[in-house]
Design a protein around this ligand. Structure first.
Ligand code: ZN
Length: 414
């Protein structure tokens, strides 16, 4: 994934969870565990979901089985997830992707953020988030401008960059100018960029002639955008239509969704909404395509399982399909889930690089039976996945998901 190409007949040597060498005639160490991909297997970087709310061991196992080797948790996790589960999964003691975590703050209790109302509280919460092991501060819509500014400054000082939503009283131009590094949903551009301040949001998208303004803004500040096209589509499709969620819950892979999430999805607040988002969904596809063409760094993300319809792991593949349908090349689509998230994390947090199969990179790898550049669908059924230096073949991955299915069956039994 350094550029669009396939290297044939390569040997990839991995030690201590890192790629040591990639080449045609590598000397294989005597005690090496050998994964033979001869004949017809393709190795590509593990996938990244840059917007999740999964916090259970079960969800983490499902991500891994779907080839997702990195996730960015976007806030609201229970106590214990970031200080206990994340360190364990990140050292390979619990099967799952490498997890980065954001601490969610808001200015009021309308949503689910930790509420801060003053610059002093903003400075204090950044320090607390750092102490508790978080990587980023996630901003939410209700923050006051002076509180946002304090978060940005303190986040810079302590090394916890800002990610998140458009903030109504600040707006994206100023957020990005202050150094927010990631816009957590492409649709944030509707709420705090295209729609003028104080004007009610409607179902009518802005004229397409304004798309270059959004591309120019993201480019000006080097901001990254999460292109969550399948998430917005799921929201658009379930408004007034509970049967959309019922159809997803009837799929075999929905047996890997926790009973709690299943109940939450069936009580989705979207059913009672009345918006008609089809036109805005089509606009978002064009916005994301224009961003890709304009060189804005795009990352794939799903909001699973917080947004009903987004199954952990499986929904990332749907998101990649949605990006392809929006007109991105398969290489660009794969970039949004491999090299670009790796570059984003390397730039904002440092640590071992990932997202490219090259020496020095984290050995987060997916082996597939087909070339993903010919068909992304091959990534839905990995022949094996490596993460944290541990190789799991298809049978081991199935063992992980069988365990999850069985745990939920037992939990739901009368
Ligand atoms: Zn989210």
């Amino acid at each position: 994934m350094d550029r669009e190409r396939v290297l044939r007949d390569q040997t990839v040597i991995v030690a201590d969870g890192r790629i040591v060498s990639v080449g045609g005639n590598a000397a294989i160490p005597k005690d090496a565990e050998i994964v033979d991909g001869h004949g017809s297997a393709w190795l590509s970087p593990g996938l990244t979901d840059m917007h999740t709310h999964s916090e259970s061991r079960q969800d983490l196992a499902v991500y891994l089985a779907q080839g997702v080797t990195t996730v960015l948790h976007m806030g609201g996790a229970r106590a214990g997830f970031v200080d206990k589960t994340v360190p364990a999964v990140n050292r390979g003691a619990i099967p799952g992707p490498h997890v980065y975590a954001s601490f969610l703050v808001d200015g009021n209790t309308d949503y689910n953020g930790f509420v801060i109302r003053t610059p002093d509280e903003a400075r204090a919460i950044v320090g607390l988030a750092k102490t508790n092991g978080y990587d980023f501060m996630k901003v939410y819509v209700g923050l006051a401008p002076d509180v946002f500014d304090a978060l940005a400054a303190e986040g810079r000082r302590q090394g916890l960059p800002l990610v998140g939503h458009g903030v109504t009283a600040v707006r994206l131009e100023r957020q990005l100018a202050e150094g927010q590094v990631l816009v957590a949903h492409a649709e944030e551009f509707f709420y705090t960029f295209f729609t003028p301040r104080g004007v009610e949001e409607t179902d009518v998208p802005p004229p397409e002639s304004r798309i270059p303004e959004a591309v120019a803004l993201a480019k000006e500040y080097g901001a990254t955008a999460t292109a969550d096209l399948s998430t917005y589509a799921a929201i658009a499709h379930q408004i007034r239509h509970p049967e959309f969620i019922a159809s997803i819950l009837a799929k075999p892979e929905a047996g890997l969704l926790s009973p709690n999430d299943r109940l939450a999805w069936q009580a989705s607040g979207y059913f009672a909404k009345t918006a008609r988002l089809d036109a805005k969904l089509a606009f978002l596809g064009k916005l994301v395509k224009a961003m890709a063409d304009g060189g804005v760094e795009l990352v794939a993300g799903t909001d699973a399982p917080a947004v009903p319809g987004m199954l952990p792991g499986f929904s990332l593949h749907d998101d990649l399909d949605a990006l392809e349908a929006a007109g991105l090349t398969r290489f660009e689509v794969l970039t949004s889930a491999t090299r670009s998230p790796g570059a984003f994390i390397a730039r904002t947090k440092g640590g071992d690089p990932f997202g490219v199969v090259a020496p020095g990179y984290r050995a987060d790898l997916v082996l597939s039976a087909g070339n993903p550049l010919d068909s992304l669908a091959t990534l839905r059924a990995p022949l094996g996945v490596m993460a944290h230096g541990q190789w799991r073949d298809a049978a081991a991955l199935k063992g992980l998901t069988d365990g999850v299915r069985e745990a939920y069956r037992r939990a739901s039994a009368p």
